[in-house]
Design a protein around this ligand. Structure first.
Ligand code: UDP
Length: 344
């Protein structure tokens, strides 16, 4: 039997690129699409170097219906789409909500339209932001926790997209969907050939840490030290990007092979362990033995105090667990930054 093909939108992005590597390792054919709006073509070289083969790839925008129609015509063996392509900067979404709603929702609508027409499945890249600020008694947070009003237009696009998929599954009997709610993905592939590559000043913690350690930023600013947590800094669930990538393979496997699986399902993808910003900073310094100047500053608008996952559903049903030790993850992040910056 020929291998099933998986379409990966946002193929050159951080999670998309790592997921392609895991899909190919697991025996899937892939095809990628990306418009390089927040990524570089060189990412495809990194993927090729890891896999010793170039993946089929289309440069294009998922919001363009004709592009998507042609892609599904050219690759008539697509069995599932993993839809990563989206704008993802929380701060920018507050400044430019229309850009976020137009892009993130139009591209999903095209993916749904093609998937329904071709009878293929969808894995949707969602986020723990859909939970908003969890009530402390709901921690660790499970998939049954209520979704609260989103803190940003970015978060709201994730909620809308989940709702669109839920309504579509009700309407179209051949559609299958898995919603994956990520916690905080960090780290890079162990080869240091692909990793996170933010344009401009990083908004996320780990790229800011690695760029500070590399001397590109003068110091890390920790946002807030008076939160109601043991050390006063925010708590998150930091998950290794390669572990996260493997969860997508598990989700595709289940949709394609388990005839009894529900037509729509949702999974939290985290480690189950909450780590404060200060704990993460201390761990990075001690594991990588580097200087990391930092100071405390005001809280960042829109930050929630604490959230970490209850990942037991993914373990039980997908047979997946985020099990890479933190030391290894933080080393991979630093190795990647050193490689990008040519630091010995
Ligand atoms: N953070 C920080 N300094 C930075 C970037 C982030 O202190 O330069 C904190 C941020 O306030 C949050 C945590 O690091 O508590 C994770 O932030 P990130 O933007 O990486 O992910 P988020 O949880 O906001 O999606």
């Amino acid at each position: 039997m020929s291998k099933a093909r998986v379409l990966v939108t946002g193929a050159a992005g951080y999670i998309g690129s790592h997921t392609i590597v895991e899909l190919v390792k697991a025996g899937y054919n892939v095809v990628g699409i990306d418009n390089f709006s927040n990524s570089k073509p060189s990412v495809l070289d990194g993927i090729a170097a890891i896999l010793s083969e170039r993946i089929p790839f289309v440069e294009g925008d998922c919001c363009d219906t004709a592009t998507m129609e042609k892609l599904f015509r050219d690759y008539d063996d697509i069995a599932a789409t993993i839809h990563f392509a989206a704008h993802k900067a929380v701060g920018e979404s507050v400044r430019e909500p229309v850009k976020y709603f137009r892009n993130n929702i139009s591209s999903l609508l095209n993916v749904v339209q093609m998937s329904v027409a071709k009878g293929t499945s969808i894995v949707f890249s969602s986020s723990c932001t859909v939970y908003g600020e969890p009530d402390p008694e709901n921690l660790p947070i499970s998939e049954t926790a209520p979704r609260k009003s989103a803190e940003s237009p970015y978060g709201r696009t994730k909620q809308f997209c989940e709702d669109i998929l839920e309504d579509s599954v009700k309407a179209y009997p051949n559609l299958k969907v898995t919603l994956l709610r990520y916690f905080n993905p960090i780290g890079a592939h162990p080869s240091a050939l692909i990793g996170e590559m933010p344009g401009g000043v990083p908004e996320n913690l780990v790229p800011y840490i690695t760029q500070t350690a590399a001397g590109i930023r003068s110091e890390l600013k920790i946002f807030g030290k008076d939160y109601p947590t043991p050390d006063g800094t925010c708590i998150r669930d930091y998950i290794y990007v390669c572990d996260l990538a493997r969860a997508h393979v598990a989700a595709v496997d289940r949709m394609l092979k388990d005839k009894d699986a529900p037509r729509i399902d949702v999974f939290n993808l985290g480690t189950g362990r909450g780590l404060s910003v200060k704990e993460l900073v201390d761990a990075f310094i001690s594991v990588n033995k580097v200087a990391l100047p930092f100071s405390y500053t005001d809280r960042r608008n829109g930050d929630i105090v604490q959230v970490w996952a209850d990942p037991t559903k993914a373990e039980k049903i997908l047979g997946w667990k985020a099990d890479t030790p933190l030391d290894q993850i933080l080393k991979s992040a630093w190795e990647w930054e050193k490689k990008v910056r040519n630091i010995q």
